[in-house]
Design a protein around this ligand. Structure first.
Ligand SMILES: [Zn+2]
Ligand SMILES: [Zn+2]
Length: 240
């Protein structure tokens, strides 16, 4: 019963976080301040109702799947065997500081290759097609995955928690950072001027334009946070 309660609580938190962060971003850009954002839009801000319903529906299903996955992740029974720790003071301060950057790099690498894999023709229809239903995504597409893709998006963390010590609240914080990054990727607007993108740091960042172009052109920009793998493997789409 306690385990089931944990699933319900985590699922509710996921849905609320989705509705607040992705929902508000959607409303601000596509509804309330649409006139202000129109000039920054990557494709356009006219989205069919059918797409909004699709994005909402699949994001809610993913929230429930993540409810189960994260329950396992933070369950006391698993924590007994994993390297997840509770007290910050158990590890040096530099390790606590570096945990999140470290998770970002691992997740970015895993995501790039997993993403290329689910674009493979033989499995695409049963895994990734759901996400690509949106050719001009909105922030509501942040969790719009097929259930199999939802599982693939999350499972990389399991080997990691057995190999590397991670403080429990840093792990929870990371999940939220990664969600915010998903919303950003699907924002559908570009606020970074062309000349700034050539900047030493920005040229390595996977922007909203990159991910929007992934939805539009399909075969480019597979990255999550960075362009490192896309540049290395020649899958980066140059800006028009
Ligand atoms: Zn894709
Ligand atoms: Zn996407």
């Amino acid at each position: 019963v306690q385990t089931l309660n944990l699933v319900v609580i985590i699922t509710i938190v996921q849905i609320l976080r989705y509705l607040i962060i992705a929902g508000l971003t959607y409303l601000v850009i596509f509804k309330w301040w649409r006139n202000r954002f129109e000039k920054y839009s990557i494709q356009n801000l006219s989205i069919k109702k059918e797409q909004i319903i699709h994005e909402l529906k699949h994001s809610l299903i993913t929230s429930i799947i993540f409810g189960f996955i994260f329950m396992v992740l933070v369950h006391p029974l698993l924590n007994h065997y994993s390297k997840i720790y509770l007290e910050f003071k158990n590890y040096p301060i530099w390790w606590n500081i570096l945990t999140i950057p470290f998770l970002i790099i691992i997740n970015d690498t895993y995501f790039y290759w997993m993403h290329r894999f689910i674009h493979w023709k033989k499995i695409y229809r049963f895994t990734h097609q759901t996400h690509h239903f949106s050719t001009n995504p909105t922030p509501l597409a942040a969790y719009s995955f097929h259930p199999i893709e939802a599982v693939l998006e999350a499972i990389w963390i399991f080997p990691v928690i057995f190999l590397i010590p991670i403080q429990k609240y840093l792990l929870i914080t990371y999940v939220t950072i990664s969600f915010i990054n998903n919303v950003r990727g699907h924002a559908s607007i570009n606020l970074v001027p062309e000349e700034r993108r050539k900047n030493l740091i920005l040229k390595w960042i996977n922007t909203s334009t990159h991910h929007n172009h992934h939805h539009k052109y399909f075969n480019y920009n597979f990255g999550l946070y960075f362009l490192f793998w896309d540049k290395l493997c020649g899958t980066e789409k140059k800006y028009e």
